[in-house]
Design a protein around this ligand. Structure first.
Ligand SMILES: [Zn+2]
Length: 303
């Protein structure tokens, strides 16, 4: 967390507001998370225009006029807050600090100021996120150095692509393979759990044990859950726990059926008519590859 949907969902809302605006200032609140290339500093971006905002895996890349680029990674607890005079605050990434809080607060690492009094705050309670400034000519090489696998919501992603990526990791549990950013890009703990649950595949099954039908189902469910999550800006998670949606007044994000839902009745078992709400199997939490993992023991048969 944040994963592809949280980053991409925010990017899609950020682009129409930020692209074409001039950067009027960059304030660095935490020097340790700030990595300018040699010869560049926060003042270097002043006066540059944002030409494009791209995503690579879970990384955002701001392409600026004047031959510069900013690469940004929210890591496990980064949050972006967009403030503008003519619209509501937009919050993306981690749900904390709480959306209404006055900024900067103790978690604020950066502020990018744009023309028209538009402000983009980068908050991060855990201090793993980072911002890197470099010449535009170096950014593609920088992205490539991360060795990201194919993007699951890009055109051309298919069961053949997923099958080929998983076949290179045949001896590893399928969940571990999905979390490997060089296998496919952007999927983390939430969406790996959710896709495997929906595809009825136990996360501990070896990637090489999946047959063509398993891979076809997993492809459909993975792309499907990402395409549900992206338009609403992703899930509201704190650590491994689903944030109470009622308290956040954001019911559009209540789409998780397995991840963070330990103890809840399995909606798929109920939908199959095999159980009612009271006697349905419960979602359980286990650990796979060192990560908290949620599954239905009936839907997803242990290998
Ligand atoms: Zn079930």
């Amino acid at each position: 967390m944040p994963e592809l949907p949280e980053v991409e969902g925010f990017r899609r809302r950020l682009v129409p507001v930020a692209v074409g605006r001039e950067v009027t200032g960059l304030a660095v609140f935490d020097e340790k998370r700030w990595h300018p290339a040699s010869g560049l500093d926060a003042g270097s971006v002043k006066g540059a225009t944002i030409d494009a905002i791209d995503r690579a895996g879970k990384m955002l890349v701001y392409r600026l006029s004047g031959g510069l680029a900013l690469a940004m990674h929210l890591k496990i607890a980064g949050q972006l807050v967009l403030e503008r005079p003519d619209g509501p605050r937009l919050v993306g990434g981690h749900p904390y600090p709480r959306p209404g809080i006055e900024l900067p607060d103790t978690s604020t690492r950066f502020l990018i100021e744009l023309s028209g009094d538009v402000r983009l705050w980068f908050n991060d309670q855990r201090r793993f996120g980072w911002l890197r400034l470099m010449p535009l000519t170096e950014v593609d090489l920088f992205v490539a150095s991360h060795d990201y696998g194919p993007d699951p919501i890009a055109p051309g992603f298919s069961d053949a692509v997923l099958g080929s990526r998983l076949s290179m990791r045949a001896g590893r549990p399928v969940k571990v393979a999905l979390l490997d950013q060089s296998c496919i890009a952007g999927v983390g703990n939430i969406y790996a759990d959710e896709a495997l649950y929906r595809a009825r595949i136990h996360p501990r099954r070896l990637a090489g044990s999946l047959d063509a039908r398993d891979i076809a189902r997993l492809t459909v469910e993975l792309v499907g859950i990402l395409n549900i999550a992206v338009p609403v800006g992703g899930a509201l998670m704190r650590g491994n726990r689903k944030v109470d949606v009622d308290s956040e007044v954001d019911s559009g994000r209540d789409f998780l059926e397995a991840h963070g839902c330990a103890g809840a009745a399995c909606p798929r078992c109920i939908a199959r008519g095999e159980a009612g709400l009271d006697d349905a199997p419960r979602i359980v939490r286990t650990v796979v590859g060192g990560r908290g993992t949620y599954l239905c023991p009936i839907c997803q048969t242990e290998p």
